[in-house]
Design a protein around this ligand. Structure first.
Ligand SMILES: [Zn+2]
Length: 252
């Protein structure tokens, strides 16, 4: 199976850890291009083609549109963007107790990237941790986001990414019943029938790390990168790193 990469923000600073700079992103895309990689979509996930990669972005931040979209187009690459239906065109207020508000792509921008062959998936309606809410509410999050995104974007929504990577088998059942074809989580170690893991790419990754993240799974550097990505994800989307910075400076 092709390596599946997970990005969040492409910007010049963010306190979360789940970001890369625009020049880092450019360097990574150039590396893929120069080494003969092409991007495929999750529709082609079972094809056994060499040198393919699936690139995904959680949350669909506006900085994708300005800092990643032009670069990806230059190399003829495509990606999947997982949008939060209630927050389209708004900011990330589900996640801003440290005051770094960030805008998310609006409907117009989402429609434009679709025109260029990019795929939109659901990242629920309100970005809750699905394992912590009643199953009835899970159903609403999965179904209503699909309906609204399909309606406003006039495009099929076949894939979903779990907020905080968090799911269980009851949730997977709802994913199937709602008509999604595949779901994505943030740990690179997961490979189930309906749930696909992804390798997170972050600010601390050098180009060498990036190369290992693309490599086959049975080598030590890959495993190291997978553990690193998994660990950052555990603390991502939230305030853990920032809060620990804060308490560190308060104490010292
Ligand atoms: Zn998210």
């Amino acid at each position: 199976m092709a390596p599946i990469l997970l990005y969040h923000k492409v910007c010049n600073f963010d306190p979360s850890g789940t970001w890369v700079t625009p020049s880092q992103f450019e360097q990574q895309m150039r590396y893929l291009h120069e080494n003969g990689y092409s991007t495929i979509t999750p529709y082609e996930i079972s094809e056994k083609k060499e040198k393919t990669v699936i690139i995904t972005f959680d949350d669909a931040y506006e900085d994708f549109y300005y800092n990643a979209f032009p670069c990806m187009q230059k190399y003829g690459f495509k990606a999947v963007l997982f949008a939060i239906s209630k927050y389209v065109g708004q900011d990330n207020s589900w996640d801003v107790n440290f005051g770094a508000k960030k805008k998310l792509m609006n409907w117009e921008q989402l429609r434009e990237v679709i025109k260029h062959g990019f795929i939109i998936g659901s990242h629920t309606v309100t970005h809750p941790e699905l394992t912590r809410i009643p199953i009835e509410q899970v159903k609403q999050e999965l179904l209503n986001s699909k309906i609204e995104l399909e309606d406003k974007l006039n495009s099929k929504i076949d894939f979903i990414s779990y907020p905080f990577g968090s799911y269980n088998q009851n949730i997977v059942k709802v994913v199937q019943e709602t008509g999604y074809k595949l779901s994505f989580t943030s740990s690179p170690f997961i490979k189930e029938n309906m749930v696909i893991g992804r390798m997170g790419i972050y600010i601390i990754d050098t180009l060498i790390d990036f190369k290992f993240k693309l490599s086959k799974e049975n080598n030590i550097p890959y495993l190291f990168e997978a553990i690193k990505s998994h660990t950052i994800n555990l603390f991502s989307h939230g305030t853990w790193i920032w809060k620990n910075f804060e308490s560190f400076f308060k104490l010292h």
